[in-house]
Design a protein around this ligand. Structure first.
Ligand SMILES: [Zn+2]
Length: 641
């Protein structure tokens, strides 16, 4: 006979939410003042609650030393993105709820007397997702750290890149890595602190790339969602999968540090790891090269067109029929890009190259058949080619892991690109990938680190790079080899921050809405050209690339050769500066002067042009930046990720 225990569960009213917080791990109720004194670490089970940016800053820095910088940056809705709500409304709601303008705060401060540049992310703002503002703040912090020779500390807490900004958010991976590579070259330390959660594009860029990486205990740290990873092996994941300790055991975190010890740990590191002596290297001269490479005025004009019509939903008056047309059009490109009859990387290489030799292995772990590297001659130009490789049929697709590279694929690409640099050969990168491999073995071997490293290397590689999106440009797995001086795209290729199915599942909660998601993300080659992510769209033969491989390859080869020849005439320093600016200026945000913020001088870039075109910004949200205790421990709402 079942025994019925009396319930001692207190009624809800006994613990008013403003005074008590329930531990999501052990479910004990704690008086907020006690919890606050314990730095929001559960006194019973040690669970580390998520922190508001203001609380994190207060815990880490010397009292009164934090001076916020660039507080006036706000996101703008460059794509006119609408799912069940518009991005504009989501931003306004997040701003009102959090008292923040976006998901990161940065400023200068002192930790135990050591001056630092400090960036703190806040999961409470749209799941800490990285859009243009977060990328801009990390990049500005890294640049200020380099100029001022201040160690940089970034405390990450993020679900990844912000889908509502499409590839502009994906480009923040390249922007932040470009700035961090310069910081690294200048010999200024960068300490990365990974808090719960640090996932997706944030893990696959700056969070993974500290000179020293620290993590709070039991934080969720991973590249792909655990459910996706489980799906690839049909169920059981390794113990502690994607937790700090798991990532530590696999060698991607230096130390797991409890919150109570974090400030002291950072102070110790700041004492031991100091900026290298000497003046920072003088920046290379401003150059007109960039203008020659990228017709910026044309980008602005075409963006206006993009936002104004052609399926765009920026205009509230856009009729439903128009939106449906846009979705159909975008979706037909997605299907064309995925067509199994489409020429794959090795098909294109065979057709374009006079001769080539494929290279194998990353010299660290193994070879990855989903990513090929080759020494090649294309129309007499010696180049190094890298590219993802899909299969032509099921059998070959299984062999090629469906064209989804593991970390060893990206490490092989880096090996090949460094070889290109050593021998003064340009790099030609062919991108056709649904995404990096999301399986547990991929996480164990550091897929996020391998992507971040490859992006970083490409931002500073001392040889020209021409990248071409030939099929699917799927998220970080694509960008990992798609950073270049020039980015080309075949007409039916697509490029996106997440697959349309993934975006639909998260924002629409319905994978059937993939067509709408494809349209909202503006992922076609023409859209990417308008956004400035791509420099040139190459027309495919009538009927699409799959109808005539040879003609497609001929057109692609001519475009690549033309770009290689133009790039060959540019000295390396201005070329690298132009490449830096290419990614540094990608993003859309508004900026308001905030009293006490140091005046910033910026060269007008694409961001400014976007701002001007969209007429965005100027919205002032007045809300207290709370020291009030806010629990961020609720699982991320789907619309926050
Ligand atoms: Zn607890």
């Amino acid at each position: 006979m079942p025994i019925k225990f009396p319930t001692f569960r207190p009624r809800r009213d006994d613990f008013p939410a403003d005074l008590w917080t329930k531990c999501p791990s052990c479910e004990q109720m704690h008086y907020n003042k006690v919890l606050e004194k314990a730095l929001l670490v559960c006194p019973d089970c040690g669970h580390h609650h998520r922190l508001a940016a203001s609380d994190r800053i207060a815990q880490l820095v010397d009292i009164g030393s934090f001076v916020e910088r660039d507080a006036g940056l706000s996101s703008v809705d460059a794509l006119g993105f609408v799912d069940s709500k518009s991005y504009r409304d989501r931003l306004a709601a997040a701003q009102a709820a959090s008292g923040l303008r976006d998901a990161a705060v940065w400023g200068t401060a002192a930790i135990d007397g050591h001056p630092v540049a400090l960036v703190v992310m806040d999961f409470g703002f749209m799941g800490g997702s990285m859009g243009s503002v977060v990328g801009e703040k990390v990049a500005r912090a890294a640049e200020a750290a380099r100029d001022g020779r201040l160690p940089l500390i970034v405390v990450s807490a993020s679900g990844g890149a912000r889908m509502q900004e499409g590839t502009l958010s994906l480009m923040q991976l390249a922007k932040t890595m470009a700035a961090l590579e310069r910081l690294r070259a200048a010999g200024v330390p960068y300490l990365s602190v990974l808090a719960d959660p640090t996932t997706g594009g944030v893990f696959a860029s700056f969070a993974a790339m500290g000179d020293v990486n620290l993590a709070e205990p039991d934080a969720l740290i991973g590249f792909a969602g655990a459910r996706v990873a489980a799906g690839t092996i049909g169920g059981e994941l390794p113990d502690g999968f994607q937790r700090s300790e798991f990532v530590f055991e696999h060698g991607f975190i230096d130390r797991v540090v409890a919150r109570a010890d974090l400030r002291d740990e950072l102070a110790r590191l700041l004492r031991l790891l100091r900026p290298r002596g000497g003046e920072p290297p003088t920046p290379p001269p401003e150059s007109a090269v960039e203008a020659a490479l990228r017709p910026i005025a044309a980008i602005g004009a075409s963006l206006a067109e993009l936002v104004a019509g052609d399926g765009g939903s920026a205009d509230a008056a856009t009729s439903v029929d128009d939106e449906r047309d846009g979705a159909d059009q975008a979706w037909s490109r997605v299907l064309a890009a995925r067509d199994t009859r489409r020429p794959r990387t090795l098909d294109l290489l065979r057709l374009m190259a006079d001769e080539y030799v494929e290279l194998s292995g990353d010299r660290l772990f193994g070879d990855d058949p989903a990513l090929i590297a080759a020494l090649a001659s294309i129309a007499g130009r010696r180049v190094v080619v890298v590219g993802q490789q899909k299969g032509a049929d099921t059998h070959e697709n299984i062999e090629r892991n469906f064209g989804m590279p593991h970390p060893e694929g990206y490490r092989k690409a880096v090996r090949a690109m460094e070889l290109a640099e050593r021998f003064g050969m340009p790099v030609v990168s062919l991108i056709d990938v649904p995404g990096a491999h999301p399986g547990p073995e991929s996480e164990e071997r550091g897929i996020a680190e391998s992507i971040a490293r490859s992006i970083g290397v490409m931002t500073r590689l001392r040889t020209p790079i021409v990248a071409a999106i030939t099929g699917e440009g799927g998220s970080g797995g694509a960008l990992a080899i798609a950073v270049g001086d020039v980015v080309l795209a075949l007409e039916n290729s697509v490029y996106s921050v997440i697959s349309p199915e993934g975006c639909a599942a998260i924002l629409w909660r319905d994978v059937e809405q993939a067509q709408a998601a494809a349209a909202a993300m503006k992922m076609t080659a023409a859209d990417q050209l308008a956004l400035g992510v791509v420099d040139e769209v190459i027309a495919e033969p009538d009927g699409g690339a799959h109808t005539d491989h040879a003609e497609t390859a001929r057109r692609l080869r001519d475009a690549i050769v033309g770009r290689l020849d133009a790039l060959a005439g540019i000295p390396i320093e201005p070329l690298l500066e132009a490449r830096y600016r290419r990614y540094r200026d990608l993003g859309a945000f508004s900026e308001e002067a905030i009293a006490a913020a140091a005046p910033q001088v910026r060269v007008p870039g694409i961001a400014d042009r976007l701002r001007g075109l969209i007429g965005a910004g100027g919205r002032t949200i007045v809300a207290p930046v709370g020291s009030a205790l806010r629990s961020r421990d609720d699982p991320p709402a789907l619309d926050e990720v």
